[in-house]
Design a protein around this ligand. Structure first.
Ligand SMILES: C[S@@+](CC[C@H](N)C(=O)[O-])C[C@H]1O[C@@H](n2cnc3c(N)ncnc32)[C@H](O)[C@@H]1O
Length: 385
C-alpha cells in the first residue's frame, strides 16, 4: 500500500499522538505479573515484566493506528471484546482511551483470567471461556473484537468454529482484528517440506516443540498455526470482509488483519480489495520504556530491516506526532546480526538520531519511528516528564 499524502500523513500522526497521550494520562500502574508462566504465554518464552508493559503498549499503538487507517478510530467503538486477552497485556492500556465503552476480555486460561480479575482494577468483564464456542455473550454484542495471537495457535477446524462464533458476537458492521504469523516467521520456523505445504494450502498447523514455554500448561489443541493472506482472502471472506493488513512493525513476527463483519448485503468480491502495509522488523533501544528524558535533546536509537529486501529505507522519528528527524538506516548492529543470522543486511540495520523534546504539559512524550512512507509506527515508546 502506498503511503498517505503528506498533509494526511501529518494529520494521521497528530491524531495518533493525541490518542497515545490520552492513553498514557489515563494509565495507572498495574501490579507486576510475577507469574513467569503467564509471562511466557503472552510475552514469549522467558518474557519479562518490562516486555509485558512495553509490548502491550506497542501492540495497543499498532492496533490504534491500523483502526485509524481503516477509518474507524478506537474512540468510535462502544462495546469492545479482547478475545484471548491473556493477562490483559493490551486491554489495560486501552481502558482509558475506550472512554465509557464496555470492555470484555475472554480467555481459555483460568489463571490468566483470575489474574486480570484480581489485578486490573477497572470496569472490564473478564470471562473464562471453553476451548470450543460459544462464548457466554449475546449475539451482536460487540462492535470491536480483537484477538492478538490467538488464531496463531488453533487448528483449522477450531479456527472456523471460532470465526463463526466471533461473527455471531459481532454487531452489524463490527470491526474484527485478528493476527496471524507472517511469511517470514513461517520461513524461519517451518522445515522446507512443511513450508512448501504451507504455501500450497495456505494454512499449516504443527505441534510446538516439546520445550516451547509459550504453550506449556495450555490445552493440547494450543499449538502453532500459519496462514497466508491468500488463504484468508479465500476462506474467511464468507464471514468477514478484509479491509487492511499490517505485517511486522508493532506486531513483530505477525500480521494484523482488519476485517468487517459481512452481512447479506455485503458484496462478495472474487478478489477482495484490501490494503496491505508491510513494515520492517524493528525496535527502539533508546530511550528506555517510560523512563525520564535525557534533557531537551533526546537520543533515539533503534534498528529496522525488511526481511525480504536489502533496499535501504529511511526512518522518521516522531515526537508527540511531529516529525523530528529523518535518517537512512546505516549503523552497524552486531546484536541484530546475531539475532537474525539468516538476513545478511540485518548487520547494518541500526539508526541513531537526536530529537528535540518540546515543552509540554502532558507529563509525557510519546516517541515512535516510521519507515519509508507508511504512516504506521514500526516501534513506539514514551518518556515521562
Ligand atoms: C499468545 S497469547 C496472547 C494473549 C493476549 N492476546 C496478548 O496479546 O497479550 C494467546 C492467548 O490466547 C488464549 N486462547 C487460545 N485459544 C483461545 C480460545 N479459543 N478462546 C479464548 N482464548 C484463547 C490463550 O490462553 C492465550 O492467553
Amino acid at each position: 500500500m502506498r503511503g498517505l499524502m503528506p498533509a494526511k500523513r501529518s494529520e494521521f500522526q497528530l491524531a495518533l499522538a493525541r490518542d497515545c497521550l490520552r492513553m498514557l494520562q489515563g494509565h495507572v500502574e498495574i501490579p507486576r505479573v510475577n507469574d513467569q508462566r503467564l509471562l511466557d504465554h503472552v510475552v514469549g518464552a522467558d518474557g519479562s515484566e518490562e516486555g509485558f508493559l512495553s509490548g502491550g503498549f506497542l501492540t495497543a499503538v499498532g492496533l490504534m493506528s491500523m483502526l485509524q487507517l481503516a477509518g474507524r478510530p478506537i474512540s468510535s467503538f462502544r462495546r469492545i471484546l479482547d478475545f484471548g486477552c491473556g493477562s490483559g497485556r493490551v486491554t489495560h492500556w486501552l481502558r482509558h482511551l475506550a472512554g465509557d465503552a464496555e470492555l470484555t476480555g475472554t480467555d481459555i486460561n483460568p489463571e490468566a483470567i483470575a489474574w486480570c480479575r484480581e489485578n486490573l482494577d477497572f470496569e472490564a468483564n473478564f470471562i473464562c471461556n471453553g476451548p470450543r464456542p460459544p462464548l457466554p455473550l449475546a449475539a451482536e454484542s460487540a462492535d470491536l473484537i480483537y484477538g492478538i495471537s490467538v488464531l496463531t495457535h488453533l487448528d483449522e477446524d477450531l479456527q472456523f468454529q471460532w470465526l463463526r462464533e466471533l461473527h455471531r458476537v459481532a454487531a452489524p458492521g463490527a470491526v474484527v482484528v485478528l493476527t496471524v504469523h507472517t511469511d517470514y516467521r513461517a520461513v524461519r520456523t517451518l522445515s522446507q517440506s512443511a513450508f512448501a505445504k504451507y504455501r500450497r494450502r495456505g494454512f499449516f498447523y504443527q505441534r510446538a516443540a516439546s520445550d516451547d514455554k509459550t504453550v506449556a500448561g495450555l490445552p493440547d489443541f494450543y499449538q502453532v498455526a500459519f496462514h497466508t493472506r491468500n488463504y484468508i482472502a479465500g476462506k474467511w471472506t464468507r464471514l468477514f470482509e478484509p479491509l487492511l493488513s499490517v505485517a511486522h512493525g508493532p506486531f513483530w513476527s505477525q500480521q494484523a488483519i482488519v476485517l468487517r463483519k459481512r452481512d447479506r448485503t455485503t458484496p462478495r468480491l472474487l478478489k477482495p480489495r484490501w490494503k496491505h502495509v508491510k513494515l520492517p522488523l524493528g525496535g527502539m533501544d533508546t530511550p528506555g520504556f517510560g523512563g525520564p528524558p535525557q534533557g531537551d535533546i533526546q537520543h533515539v536509537a533503534g534498528w529496522a530491516f525488511d526481511p525480504d529486501s536489502d533496499e535501504r529505507r529511511n526512518v522518521t522519528a516522531w515526537v508527540n506526532g511531529k516529525p523530528a528527524e529523518m535518517r537512512y538506516i546505516e549503523v552497524e548492529r552486531d546484536d541484530v546480526k546475531a539475532a537474525f543470522p539468516d538476513i545478511p543486511h540485518a548487520g547494518n540495520a541500526g539508526f541513531m538520531l537526536n530529537v528535540e523534546l518540546p515543552a509540554n504539559d502532558h507529563g509525557f512524550h510519546v516517541i515512535w519511528f516510521t519507515a519509508g512512507d507508511s504512516p504506521v509506527p514500526v516501534s513506539a515508546t514514551y518518556v515521562t516528564g
